[in-house]
Design a protein around this ligand. Structure first.
Ligand code: FE2
Ligand code: FE2
Length: 342
């Protein structure tokens, strides 16, 4: 960590410590990437020196995130194509990919930023599979599970939608809402995925169950079985949370992406009777930690910085759009955060 004069600071550095204003308001969380707008705000607030990280943290894998991501996409594409052609999946290669992703998930703040940058890199099904794997690994870390279990969870994430390779492409990429018959067809990806995972003979039953049951919901409204109560096996329950989060924050054939704030709100609502609240709670508490310091675009088209988060309503923070203008999204209910901008 370095102490540095703001006048010598360049955009792109990261804060080495949480940064507070003179009235003890958290301005930027540790690890936030400093932008030109932040620099302007420091000057306006009379902040002369701050702590920054002296370099980006070294990744344990020694590999860049984007390289790993692109390499993983490549593997996902390959095994999905092979599965589509009826060839058995190469379990070892898939596990190697999970291991690679596993080594990338240790700096969460950076992970969310990197995942945002990787959106639109490829077809939704491929990026979604990699993202869900990364999120499952992250949730596993946050739940303090053993390393072996976390890796298994990552593999469950990579394979959860494998059954979609056997669904008609026209349904998968349909831009509008599915008809009832099309939706019935789409639902089959769970059972088809289960069969593919089991037939490969390379993965645990828990991983096959994640493919089968990641759309089950405790109120019985899910599929394919409509299981009632929190009876979904653990890997499937984790995959379901990761799946919902990624689906909301990604552009899909039939909807444009919403911000992580909206995703967190949806997850929170879903935890009352649909998704497993023990998993949602940890995920929700942790992701909302990363919001302070984010630059955001509001639904009224104004840009600003998240300056304060009320722990009781973390998805509705206070946003500063210029020095004298603040929006409290907890009370300004008609304004939402459209997206995070870097
Ligand atoms: Fe699915
Ligand atoms: Fe999915």
């Amino acid at each position: 960590m370095l102490r540095i004069k703001v006048s010598n600071l360049k955009p792109g550095s990261r804060t080495g410590k949480d940064l507070y204003s003179y009235d003890s308001q958290l301005l930027l969380a540790q690890g936030t990437v400093i932008t030109q707008e932040h620099l302007n705000s420091f000057a306006r607030r009379g902040i002369e020196e701050i702590f920054i990280m002296d370099s980006r943290p070294k990744r344990r894998s020694g590999k860049d995130f984007s390289d790993t991501y692109v390499e993983s996409l490549h593997v996902v594409k390959n095994f999905m194509m092979e599965a589509k052609l009826g060839k058995p999946m190469d379990g070892e290669e898939i596990r190697k990919t999970t291991d690679m992703l596993f080594l990338q998930v240790f700096d969460e703040n950076d992970l969310f930023r990197q995942m945002r940058l990787m959106k639109d890199k490829d077809d939704y099904l491929f990026t979604h599979s990699v993202n869900v794997a990364l999120l499952c690994i992250l949730i596993g870390r946050w739940l303090k599970l053993g390393e072996g279990t976390i890796r298994e969870l990552g593999t469950a994430g990579l394979l959860h939608d494998i059954g979609k390779v056997q669904i008609d492409g026209a349904i998968l990429t349909k831009p509008g809402k599915l008809t009832d018959e099309e939706f019935e067809e789409m639902k089959k990806h769970t059972m088809l995925g289960y069969d593919l995972v089991v037939q490969s003979g390379s993965f645990s039953t828990e991983i096959a169950n994640a493919a089968l049951m990641h759309h089950e919901r405790a109120d019985g409204s899910g599929y394919p079985m409509g299981v009632k109560g929190y009876k979904t096996p653990f890997y499937a329950a984790v995959t379901a949370v990761a799946d919902v989060y990624d689906a909301i924050t990604s552009d899909r054939p039939y909807s444009t992406r919403s911000s992580p704030y909206t995703a967190a709100e949806v997850l929170w609502q879903e935890s009352f009777g649909r998704l497993d609240p023990r998993i949602v709670k940890v995920f929700y508490d942790k992701i909302t930690n990363f919001y302070v310091g984010n630059q955001v675009l509001l639904s009224n088209n104004e840009k600003g910085v998240v300056v304060y988060i009320d722990p009781s309503q973390p998805t509705r923070p206070i946003v500063m759009v210029d020095d004298n203008k603040f929006y409290n999204l907890a009370t300004d209910r008609n304004i939402i955060i459209q997206e995070i901008i870097d």
